[in-house]
Design a protein around this ligand. Structure first.
Ligand code: ZN
Ligand code: ZN
Length: 261
């Protein structure tokens, strides 16, 4: 592996669906030969939104402290950064903005996990894909991604082509390219998310053709395993680097919300 690689997408038990302490994730990163990590646990949201899948607002301080404990423990061996995976859901922007102002973050991902009221990446609700027109589903989804890019709240968009998770692929692709135009225009990066290789689609987010389209637009890629277990840290990063380098793409990371690389 090349030097100075960061895994910038990983969770902690505070979200209720991950296990392992931040220190254990950091140790896994060190063992994998990485230079650093950035924790990006699911952001607190208003109490009525998706509560079982994230920390509460009153747990935010405990999250920050747990990451700082890991930072302290790995000083001089591994850089430990503090970030968030924020949700973009129209109507919640001001709440999100407040959370982002409450601390100094290194990196904030903007992700879309809902199309309307449907949590489309939840395996429990996968049957809903059969009731939808895939073309219009993807147009709706990428319009939300464009909205996320335009808020100015985020450094990168999370798992670009997430609705393919269970194998329902985008039948056309134009909406994705349009979203990439907005990402480039707004100077955002993309979360190059290797979790897709662990899902039924067996492909990273973004797909190879979208990786090329992003690289052609000068968009940088932030490597992330989306680890919910320590052993997932750095997952398939060699393959990720190959996919990015094959299309002349560049890997970047963030500290203090400033892009490096
Ligand atoms: Zn999660
Ligand atoms: Zn996500």
């Amino acid at each position: 592996m090349t030097l100075a690689l960061f895994d910038s997408h990983m969770h902690t038990p505070l979200c209720g669906h991950a296990s392992g302490t931040p220190t254990e994730y950091a140790q896994a990163a060190l063992d994998a030969g990485l230079s650093g990590v950035c924790f990006t646990d699911h952001i607190p949201m208003p109490a009525w939104y998706d509560a079982p899948w994230r920390m509460r607002l009153d747990q935010l301080q405990a999250y920050v402290e747990s990451v700082l404990v890991a930072r302290e423990a790995f000083t001089g061996r591994l850089e430990v950064r503090l970030g968030l995976e924020a949700d973009y859901h129209p109507g919640t922007e001001r709440f999100v903005e407040g959370v982002l102002e409450a601390h100094t973050w290194d990196y904030v991902i903007g992700s879309v996990h809902y199309i309307g009221a449907w949590g489309f990446d939840n395996p429990e609700f996968v049957a809903e894909y059969d009731a939808r027109d895939l073309g219009s589903l993807y147009r709706h989804y990428y319009a939300l991604m464009e909205g996320a890019a335009r808020t100015g709240l985020f450094d990168a968009l999370g798992h670009l082509d997430l609705p393919k998770k269970f194998g329902h692929r985008d039948p056309d692709g134009y909406a994705a390219l349009h979203a990439l135009d907005v990402v480039a225009e707004r100077g955002l990066s993309l979360d190059f998310n290797t979790a897709g290789w662990r899902k039924p689609v067996r492909e990273a987010y973004p797909a190879p053709d979208l990786t090329r389209a992003a690289a052609d637009r000068g968009i940088g890629f932030v490597l992330g395993s989306d680890a919910h277990l320590p052993q997932e840290v750095g997952y398939h990063f060699t393959e990720a680097l190959k996919q990015i380098h094959d299309v002349g793409g560049r890997v970047v990371n963030y500290a203090g919300r400033v892009r490096h690389g």
